[in-house]
Design a protein around this ligand. Structure first.
Ligand code: 5GP
Length: 253
C-alpha cells in the first residue's frame, strides 16, 4: 500500500493528504504537551477520545448551521476534513476568568465575566502564542476587519452551543480556544471552524464539585487526564467501547 504523505505534524495531531483534492486526514495522537511543549507525556487513549469528542462537537455545530472543516470520522484515531487555509490566530472565548486571564488581571479563577469575552492570540509556538489586539491582526494582514467581525460572531455562536451542551451534562464551559479556516467556494472566501474541539482546548468544570475535566488536569498535575476526558465522553454519550487507558496486563506465555 502506498504510504500517505504527511502534510503537517503538530503537538497533538498529524495531517496527511486526503483521498480527494481539498481533503486531509487528521490523525489524533496520544501526546499531551503543556507550557508550549515544556511538559510532555503520552496519555494512552487520549487521541481516540479527542477524535470522538471533536466529531461530536463539530457535527453538532453543523447541525445548527455553523460551518466546520469536519467531513466524517474514518476510524478510531482519524477523521476526514476539508483542507482549509488556517488563519494564524487562536480565537479564545471566556465565560469565567481562568488561566492566563486570571493571572494577567489578578482575578480569582471562576469569577463570572460580565459577558463572554473573545480574544486573539497569534499562533506562533516560538513566541508562546502572544495575545494580540485587533489592530495588529488587521495591520499585519492576518485577517481583515470583515473576517474579524465574522470570526467574533462565529465564536460566540460556538460558545452558545458548547455552553448549552455542556450545561446539559452538568459541566461549566469556562473558556475554550478554536481555530478558524478559510475555504474558497467559487472565488468567495468562507470561514469555517477548523482544528479540533476537545478537552485539550476547553476548560470544563464539573458544575457540582468544580472538578477540572480538561487539560488543566495535566498542566497542573491534578490527577488522571484519561479519567477526566473519559468522564466528559461518558456524560456526552460518546464513549467508545474499546478505549483502554488503564495499564494493560503483561502477558506471559
Ligand atoms: P489560557 O489563555 O487561559 O491559557 O487559555 C484559554 C483557553 O484556550 C483554555 O481553554 C485553553 O485550553 C485554550 N488554549 C489556549 N492556548 C491553547 C493552545 O495552544 N492549545 C490548546 N489546545 N488550547 C489552548
Amino acid at each position: 500500500m502506498a504510504r500517505r504523505k504527511k502534510v503537517y505534524e503538530g503537538k497533538a495531531k498529524i495531517l496527511y493528504e486526503g483521498p480527494e483534492p481539498g481533503t486531509l486526514v487528521q490523525y489524533f495522537k496520544d501526546d499531551a504537551t503543556a507550557g508550549n511543549g515544556a511538559k510532555k507525556d503520552v496519555i494512552d487513549g487520549k487521541g481516540v477520545l479527542n477524535n470522538r469528542l471533536s466529531e461530536f462537537f463539530m457535527t453538532g455545530l453543523s447541525s445548527i448551521g455553523i460551518p466546520t472543516h469536519f467531513i466524517r470520522r474514518l476510524n478510531m484515531r482519524e477523521q476526514l476534513i476539508r483542507h482549509v487555509e488556517i488563519i494564524p490566530l487562536e480565537v479564545i472565548v471566556r465565560n469565567f476568568a481562568a488561566g492566563s486571564m486570571a493571572k494577567r488581571l489578578g482575578m480569582e479563577e471562576g469569577t463570572a465575566l460580565p459577558r463572554p469575552i473573545v480574544e486573539f492570540s497569534y499562533k506562533d509556538d516560538a513566541l508562546g502564542d502572544p495575545l494580540v489586539p485587533e489592530e495588529y491582526i488587521i495591520a499585519f494582514g492576518w485577517a481583515s476587519q470583515q473576517d474579524l467581525d465574522d470570526i467574533v460572531s462565529l465564536a460566540l455562536r460556538v460558545n452558545d452551543f458548547l455552553s448549552g451542551v455542556m450545561h446539559g451534562v452538568g459541566i461549566k464551559l469556562v473558556d475554550f480556544k478554536i481555530e478558524i479556516g478559510r475555504i474558497w467556494e467559487n472565488d468567495y472566501p468562507r470561514l469555517v471552524v477548523a482544528d479540533e474541539i476537545s478537552p485539550d482546548s476547553c476548560r470544563l468544570w464539573d458544575i457540582e464539585t468544580g472538578a477540572h475535566l480538561d487539560k488543566d488536569v495535566f498542566r497542573r498535575d491534578l490527577g488522571s487526564l484519561s479519567d477526566a476526558y473519559t468522564e466528559v465522553a461518558r456524560r456526552l454519550g460518546v464513549l467508545p467501547s474499546n478505549v483502554t487507558h488503564r495499564p494493560k496486563p503483561t502477558l506471559i506465555n
